[in-house]
Design a binder for this molecule. Structure first.
Ligand code: 4NP
Length: 162
């Protein structure tokens, strides 16, 4: 939730039940752990409407839970044009969702849009792969990628805004 905090981050994937809620949960956990939760807000959304109002996928919740991150309060929603006015960072999980967001983005606000993995220092991959139709190990890999990019993102935010 945004709650009028100084800096806000929106994570976006296709369904908002696997990758982007994992990213939101991991990043918000890190932000809290590092004592920045009073000024950094997080949210997530999907480019498609299939899972509006749903909890994160059971496998995403399970993977996150075993690694100390609770996703149970998150609910699916669809990304909307005004998200680009509301949020400072709009972070796509892959090129497909990046392109959908780019087409939706109002003129002059495209600097807010990036691929989330561009913030990772440990991984050269640019795409968080869609784990929905695969096995549990896909969710583990998503978690690893997201954890790395979350650290880089927090560093970027603290450099830019503090
Ligand atoms: P997500 O994964 O984009 O990481 O939430 C998916 C979830 C649902 C579907 C596709 C991807 N789906 O086709 O319903």
């Amino acid at each position: 939730m945004k709650n009028n905090k100084q800096v806000s981050v929106l994570f976006v994937c296709l369904g908002n039940i696997c990758r982007s809620p994992t990213a939101e949960g991991v990043f918000r956990h890190l932000v809290k752990q590092e004592g920045h939760d009073s000024w950094i807000a997080t949210d997530s959304a999907g480019t498609h409407a299939y899972h509006i109002g749903e909890q994160p996928d059971r496998r995403a919740q399970q993977t996150a839970r075993t690694r100390g991150v609770d996703l149970s309060d998150l609910r699916g929603r669809k990304a909307i044009k005004t998200d680009f006015e509301e949020f400072d960072y709009v972070l796509a999980m892959d090129d497909e969702n990046y392109q959908i967001l780019e087409a939706m983005c109002p003129t002059g606000l495209s600097d807010k849009l990036s691929l989330f993995l561009d913030f990772s220092k440990e991984y050269s991959e640019t795409q968080v792969p869609d784990p929905y139709y695969g096995g549990d190990q896909g969710f583990e890999h998503v978690f690893d990628l997201v954890e790395s990019a979350s650290r880089g993102l927090l560093e970027d935010i603290t450099k830019r805004f503090r």
